[in-house]
Design a protein around this ligand. Sequence first.
Ligand SMILES: CC(C)(COP(=O)(O)OP(=O)(O)OC[C@H]1O[C@@H](n2cnc3c(N)ncnc32)[C@H](O)[C@@H]1OP(=O)(O)O)[C@@H](O)C(=O)NCCC(=O)NCCS
Length: 291
Amino acid sequence: MQRSVRLKSFELVARDIDDVDVKLLHALSISVRWPHRPKDWELLRRAGRGIVAVDGIGRVFGSAMWFPHGNDFATIGLVITTPRTQAQGGGRWLMDLVLKECGDRSLTLNATHAAYPLYVSLGFTAEATVYLRQGEVLQTLPVPNLDGELKALSSDRLKEIAALDTRAFGTNRERLLALLSEDASIYTLSRSGEIVGYSMCREFGGGFVIGPIVARDELDAIHLTAVHLKNLIGRFVRVDSREKDGAFAEFLQKSGLDIAESVTTMSKGRRFLNREHNEPWVYGLASHAFS
Ligand SMILES: CC(C)(COP(=O)(O)OP(=O)(O)OC[C@H]1O[C@@H](n2cnc3c(N)ncnc32)[C@H](O)[C@@H]1OP(=O)(O)O)[C@@H](O)C(=O)NCCC(=O)NCCS
């Protein structure tokens, strides 16, 4: 009897991501060691649209999602194929389907090292590096003196930060902020009665993510991050930021959040990141998929 066998290859079909059990999506992200909980997938599905690659008996082997903001812009994320099926054309096929759905929108995404060549070949160009910083929050936080007033914001008052967020992000994303705020704690920083920054913190994966963090400068970003961190001493927290050096990056490092990996912000169509002096800036991302 021979000791090896060549199994028949199988066919994958594209299905709407809303049509599969969230447990299958959870298993998919676990297969590539991503921390998403079923609850995180539920939020992603409510925030955007997506496609899954399913075999003849309903098993999920891949996914790709997109998150529209109006008719001319979207972010892309959750592009995954299971390790067993990688490097066989599945990732490109899923991306082709998603790009078709996105139409002529300008697009942005955060590429892992594994996915970078695929996105380059699809016409995306690199704009910046995002550093994933995470760890258990240390007892003593190096927080400088506060200039301004930090206040909790309830989720029914998101209108107060919408314009500021649009200036920082470049596109109105009120719908997404409303979804994120359902389970987030939100703080604003004000000076002379004007809101100059805000931050959100929510549970994600095995811990918490602080983001978006929108501020005019590093000092404000530090305060808007510290206000959450002080309630999370000893807990596992993550911040995704494009700041590599400087006061904000140093503050995160000294608070216990070390760089775990980096991804590349890429865009197709109009340029995504347009930083201007004294204008609000996204110091912490809502998530990789949401940019
Ligand atoms: C990134 C990922 C989605 C790619 O999916 P995939 O099914 O392997 O992709 P494909 O087989 O369609 O290959 C697409 C391109 O990627 C590159 N590629 C894929 N596997 C590769 C490998 N092992 N070595 C080098 N390049 C590789 C090739 O450039 C290929 O281009 P080609 O079509 O000209 O050959 C998959 O590796 C994955 O899920 N990785 C873990 C999760 C992740 O990082 N997701 C990306 C989030 S931004």
